[in-house]
Design a protein around this ligand. Structure first.
Ligand SMILES: [Zn+2]
Length: 174
């Protein structure tokens, strides 16, 4: 049996003047915002359907609480690594970003905007060079494809044949 199915989800119901039911995860708590007319059975069913998503979000919020404090030294260290990695990959791919920023982001390792600005998550300072390299490559490839299409992934693969493995590791141990 999948172990996530054994876990009972505790939640709080808040009735409001709204049309649709929705779930909020706040400080590790599940809050269901519900319209006044809705019955409890319906809410239970809704929670059950969203089980996987809720458990995932609860896990994420736990990890955020565990976050360590980052210092100037961390920024410095990651900046140095990024300088090397970006210059190598920009040369190889000929994909040139406008600006590169380092930020402590919650839900992504990196991001790329339509004006070609790339943001890299400061948390990567704790990851291996290979993993940092993958994130940089991923965001550079978004300069050509602003989506996760087949074309996008084959571009990533062209410059990093084992990217799937690295990506999986990054997902599993954040
Ligand atoms: Zn992406």
């Amino acid at each position: 049996m999948n172990h996530t199915n054994c876990k009972e989800i505790k939640y709080q119901i808040v009735y409001k003047e709204i049309k649709n039911l929705y779930i909020q995860i706040k400080n590790g708590e599940v809050i269901v915002k519900a319209p006044k007319y809705i019955n409890k059975k319906y809410i239970e069913k809704f929670i059950e359907q969203k089980r996987e998503w809720i458990l995932e979000k609860l896990e994420e919020s736990k990890n955020i609480e565990k976050d360590r404090e980052y210092t100037k030294d961390d920024v410095e260290k990651l900046t140095q690594k990024l300088n090397i990695i970006f210059s190598e990959l920009v040369q190889k791919t000929k994909l040139v970003p406008n600006k590169i920023k380092i930020r402590n982001i919650k839900y992504a390792w990196g991001s790329c905007s339509s004006n070609k600005n790339i943001t890299i998550n400061l948390k990567l300072v704790d990851k291996s060079d290979e993993e940092i390299r993958y994130v940089v490559l991923h965001e550079l490839c978004h300069l050509r494809f602003m989506n996760h299409s087949k074309e996008f992934w084959s571009l990533v693969e062209k410059y990093m044949s084992n990217y799937k493995e690295i990506r999986k590791n990054l997902k599993n141990n954040r």
